[in-house]
Design a protein around this ligand. Structure first.
Ligand SMILES: C[S@@+](CC[C@H](N)C(=O)[O-])C[C@H]1O[C@@H](n2cnc3c(N)ncnc32)[C@H](O)[C@@H]1O
Length: 184
């Protein structure tokens, strides 16, 4: 659903950001969507995740239009060159931990909210941020509460917020928040 939503906004030649690249599936999707004239920035705190993303991109013959940073996403403004600030059309957060990996290395409320604050600055008018948040693991509910509080306090004249959940599942399904920056 996050990828489908982004497809409605992101075009060839645009700039995108994957704030949690993990095994690279979302980075690959973003890179294929923006094409060779666009650019994708990808962040992950785990070296193994960055390597995995790089391999997936290579397998798909993509290298030139993606910059991977083995850094925490609470330093987005520091690593993304100023000329791209306010120019990023789509930003994806797929929170939690790297599948089949150490579950204690996962996103957290404090760094996620710091990254979201920076993302709101990096985002181009008319662009969107998608946040997939998992409540089933330790700290997941706390992270979702922090996100909810963050989006609630965004100025409504500048941002529109959507929240999608799947309430009728037997296990806690991920929830999706979408932040749209108003304007053109
Ligand atoms: C659910 S996975 C992401 C899946 C990925 N989008 C994909 O398509 O394969 C979450 C990732 O967030 C990363 N992560 C955790 N804390 C982070 C942080 N502070 N900054 C950047 N990445 C972080 C984890 O290392 C993990 O790889």
């Amino acid at each position: 659903m996050a990828q489908w939503t982004i497809q409605q906004y992101l075009m060839k030649g645009d700039i995108a950001l994957d704030a949690t690249c993990g095994n690279g599936h979302d980075t690959l999707f973003l890179a294929q969507t923006v094409g060779e004239n666009g650019h994708v920035f990808a962040f992950d705190i785990q070296e193994a995740a960055c390597k995995s993303t790089k391999s997936l991109l290579q397998e798909n013959a993509i290298s030139d239009n993606v910059s991977i940073f083995n850094q925490s996403h609470d330093s987005l403004l520091q690593y993304i060159p100023p000329k791209f600030h306010k120019n990023i059309v789509a930003i994806m957060f797929n929170l939690g931990y790297l599948p089949q990996s150490d579950k204690t290395v996962r996103t957290s409320a404090v760094t996620t909210c710091a990254a979201l604050e920076q993302s709101c600055i990096l985002l181009k008018k008319g662009g969107i941020i998608t946040i997939a948040v998992y409540v089933g693991h330790d700290g997941g509910k706390q992270e979702m509460d922090a996100i909810q509080s963050f989006v609630k306090h965004l100025p409504t004249q500048d941002f529109a917020i959507a929240h999608l959940s799947y309430p009728y599942t037997s296990f806690p399904a991920p929830e999706l928040y979408i932040i749209h920056k108003r304007g053109t």
